[in-house]
Structures are given as structure tokens and as C-alpha cells.
Design a protein around this ligand. Structure first.
Ligand SMILES: [Cu+2]
Length: 107
């Protein structure tokens, strides 16, 4: 009976930690405007998501150099969300205009 109570308490604790972990994942926004990623340098935590919003009339992508993420080609007003699941430094560029560059650093 006492053991059962401990198990219940532990179960509630594990659930609380899991819920808290979920609540900590944040979404960040990078706007693409004037042929630039804004902000060009973004800090996130592993597990966070990043939403790219294309405010330009030109089409753009956000394509990671190392292949970690890639958005479809975004037309004006389109958005795409990617997830940064591990820590590291991710350089990315626009596949349509390779001179457009950005960086996401994940801790
Ligand atoms: Cu572009």
C-alpha cells in the first residue's frame, strides 16, 4: 500500500516534468524581407521550432548547409515551420538567391 503511494507520486512527478518540457519548446519567427533573413542570427534551444515568413514578392527558401532543414520555395506571404531538434550551429541560405545567408545557433 505504501509502495503504491510512492509509485503514484513518482508517476505524477514524471508527468509534470514531461509537461514542463513540452511547455519550454518555443517557436521563433524569421521574416524574409528586402532579400534578407531578419534576424540573420537567431539563438534557439534544441526542440524549438522556427517559422519563416516571406514578406518579399520574390520566392525564397531557408536551406541548411548541412541538410538539417529545408523549407519549400515560399511565395509572397507564405510560411514554413522547421524544427531544430539538436544543438549546434546551422548556417543556412536561400536556394533561389544563394547570397542570402542566415544562421541559427541551438543550445
Ligand atoms: Cu531568396
Amino acid at each position: 500500500m505504501f509502495g503504491n503511494m510512492i509509485m503514484k507520486t513518482l508517476g505524477a512527478l514524471v508527468l509534470t516534468v514531461m509537461l514542463a518540457g513540452n511547455a519550454l519548446a518555443a517557436d521563433h519567427t524569421v521574416r524574409i524581407k528586402g532579400m534578407k533573413f531578419q534576424p540573420a542570427n537567431l539563438s534557439v534551444a534544441a526542440g524549438d521550432t522556427v517559422t519563416f515568413v516571406n514578406d518579399d514578392s520574390a520566392p525564397h527558401t531557408a536551406t541548411a548547409k548541412d541538410g538539417s532543414f529545408n523549407t519549400p520555395r515560399l511565395g509572397k506571404g507564405n510560411t514554413a515551420q522547421i524544427k531544430i531538434s539538436k544543438s549546434g550551429s546551422f548556417d543556412y541560405f536561400c536556394a533561389v538567391h544563394p547570397g542570402m545567408k542566415g544562421k541559427i545557433v541551438s543550445n
